[in-house]
Write a protein that binds this ligand. Sequence first.
Ligand SMILES: [Cu+2]
Length: 136
Amino acid sequence: MSHTPTRRGVMVGTVAFAIIPALRILPAKAAPAIHDIRIRNFRFDPEHITVRLGDILRWTNLDLAQHTATATKSKGKSTDKSRGKSAGKSAGKNGWDTGKIAKNASARITVFTDMATDYVCLFHPNMKGTITFETP
Ligand SMILES: [Cu+2]
């Protein structure tokens, strides 16, 4: 047995580096789901959705008025006293915002770790929606 690196060893290493990034791209289980939320009559429909990391939330505005989907509150960790002050009105780094969604337009947000789970429409704060993470 030789202890010097062989050409074969170098090639195996190269192949491994080529495969590992490809595996990361492949979904572990199912492909990311797209969750459609219709905005209709000044309501999010459905108001409550259950998602997994990497899923896509897609809001479509069927009203004449413009709407947004804008995070208001951090995930459960917001009760942590060290973070409590920044949670609430501002969702901080866990925040997200679709921006204005015009009539018949849609906007997407990809589900990310610790994303805020409560949201409203900025123009109509009585429009509320919630997101729950599916437990693995
Ligand atoms: Cu609105």
